[in-house]
Design a protein around this ligand. Sequence first.
Ligand SMILES: C[S@@+](CC[C@H](N)C(=O)[O-])C[C@H]1O[C@@H](n2cnc3c(N)ncnc32)[C@H](O)[C@@H]1O
Length: 221
Amino acid sequence: MSDVVKLGRFEKISRRVLIDTSKMLKDAKTELFNDVHGKVLEVGAGIGVNVFFLDRPEVTHWTAIEPDLKLASECRRMLSKMGERASVFEGYLHDLDEPPESYDCVIFTTLLCSVPNPDEIVRDAHRLLKPGGKMYLIEHTGDKFGIRAGIQVIAKIPWKLITGCNCRNNPIPSLSQEGLWEEAEGGLKMEPAPLRVKRFSPMLELLKPFVMTTLTKAGPL
Ligand SMILES: C[S@@+](CC[C@H](N)C(=O)[O-])C[C@H]1O[C@@H](n2cnc3c(N)ncnc32)[C@H](O)[C@@H]1O
């Protein structure tokens, strides 16, 4: 029997968006993931597009969490080239049975736009980081002004139904929860993510702008 997973039309659109987004973020990810090392946790790994940036000797083990079984199966195929240095956990972050402070680094790429409980997921990931450990994030945000902002407002509900993603995402409140990150003292700032755009895509246009940051787990108070 073939192990090729059959995808529905909406799943194909979502998959296309994941691949095209990752290509567009190539420069951003190369820069951001430069010092990712040790035991790494990726939350919501999708089809495993970050393998192109994390298959490096500095990464001793990468746990990719993905609750969607079809995506997880594709992710497992993508990560297979890393052998025992990578594994896929099929489930939600809160299902992962690992002691606190188990990981050197945590990665979120375009995750908070797709979760119903961003505050909780940030706190859970923070708990799994070692003191001084780092969280690496790339998220898209709602545009503030102009035509794109207007289109995002109109497209928000249909886009959510098709892809499960909030094109008006705002990651700042959940990342700014008190006492989590050294960089959040005095107000958290995220920098614009450089985008590699080869041709116009209305779907990717809808998601701009993208922002990124690295956050350090604050030490004991
Ligand atoms: C927009 S996709 C991004 C996938 C991938 N990070 C990327 O950059 O291509 C968000 C992913 O998060 C997963 N997800 C949603 N809630 C989650 C949770 N509570 N724990 C772990 N993953 C979750 C979804 O199944 C989906 O694959």
